[in-house]
Design a protein around this ligand. Structure first.
Ligand code: NAP
Length: 309
């Protein structure tokens, strides 16, 4: 790998074009060599109709980046790991917890990297928030993750299908930040899931959680918010209040802005991936996915009116 990691990407859709391609251009130590897509072609690389053809046509690929929806990622990840490739998974790392655990075991057996990426953990203010909380006692956490699904997810039928997560697709980003900045284990206590009559996945959810030390944590995820969008996590402690907003890119402590910076999440994740691959290391935290799975396990189903997207 003297010229850096030679990577192949699968699923040339919104996130691949918006973030993965520009991030790989920007980061040293990794180069996109090939793309596997059923419908699209990328410029300046070799294009294949699917992962089989890409693996056969590019025997010296080091890594495979999987950017498809979660429902189809497990088989692709298995195939890439069995071919001895390092694997970078978009979030959520699987449609189920057991899939991800199987992939971790397979990556261990193969001696290759498995990276379950959580982009929101790399938002500009998240690390600072975690450091500030580490020396304080948390009393209560309130999460408000409200956005307009028609704006952010047009033409994505998979997101409303089983295994597509519905409003937990953005909501799991909040949970990835929560599980990063709170060192105490979190228990999911109860949930309410609002599922439109014509969909398989929720459009709204309310979660009640608690830290092992007893602090209460409430979360509201809603896909029906038009106008200004809200991605906030507010924390009350024994020594001040913290507000993470803009999806983790802005931090206020007792009302005073401490950090406000543009989003550099994907380049940071690729730097992390380059380091992991150099060490054949695994980074695959299932904590956010486990909370979502628990919400689906115990959640009260509240049918709501059909939603046309
Ligand atoms: P997308 O554009 O709807 O789909 C990505 C690509 O996956 C499609 O272009 C298609 O690629 C392939 N694909 C779609 N449906 C498929 C199916 N049924 N079987 C096989 N391949 C299929 O979705 P996206 O927004 O990029 O999201 C993909 C993943 O990234 C999701 O897990 C999402 O949570 C995550 N993500 C998205 C965003 C965002 O802002 N959109 C942000 C962060 C993370 P080909 O046509 O090339 O085969």
């Amino acid at each position: 790998m003297s010229g850096g990691i030679k990577a192949g990407l699968v699923g040339l859709g919104k996130i691949a074009r918006d973030q993965h391609l520009p991030a790989m251009e920007k980061v040293e130590g990794i180069k996109l060599a090939a793309v596997a897509s059923r419908n699209a072609q990328a410029e300046g690389v070799n294009n294949y109709p699917g992962l089989d053809a890409m693996l056969a046509g590019e025997p010296d690929l080091d890594a495979v980046i999987l950017c498809q929806p979660p429902q189809v990622r497990y088989e692709a990840a298995r195939q890439a790991l069995l071919a001895g490739k390092h694997v970078f998974l978009e979030k959520p790392p699987g449609a189920t917890v057991s899939e991800v655990e199987a992939l971790i075991a397979l990556a261990e057996r193969q001696g290759v990297t498995l990276y379950a990426s959580w982009h929101s953990r790399y938002a500009a203010a998240v690390a600072h928030a975690g450091q500030w909380l580490a020396t304080r006692t948390i009393r209560h956490i309130s999460i408000q993750w409200r956005e307009d699904v028609r704006h952010w997810h047009p033409g994505q039928p998979w997101i409303w299908e089983a295994g597509g997560f519905g409003v937990f697709d953005p909501g799991i980003n909040a949970l990835s930040i929560l599980t990063e900045i709170v060192s105490d284990p979190l228990a999911l206590l109860s949930a309410k899931l609002e599922v439109p009559a014509n969909k398989q996945a929720p459009i709204g959810a309310e979660l009640r959680m608690a830290t092992a030390s007893g602090a209460s944590v409430d979360a509201v995820f809603d896909w029906r918010q038009t106008g200004p969008q809200t991605w906030d996590i507010a924390v009350e402690t024994d020594d001040g209040q913290l507000l993470l907003s803009e999806g983790g890119n802005m931090l206020r402590l007792d009302g005073e802005v401490q950090v406000q910076a543009p989003d550099e999440e994907y380049p940071s994740m690729y730097r992390r991936f380059v380091t992991l691959v150099a060490n054949h290391a695994i980074d695959a935290d299932v904590a956010p996915l486990r909370l979502v799975a628990d919400a689906f396990l115990c959640g009260e189903h509240c049918p709501t009116t059909a939603f046309e997207d």
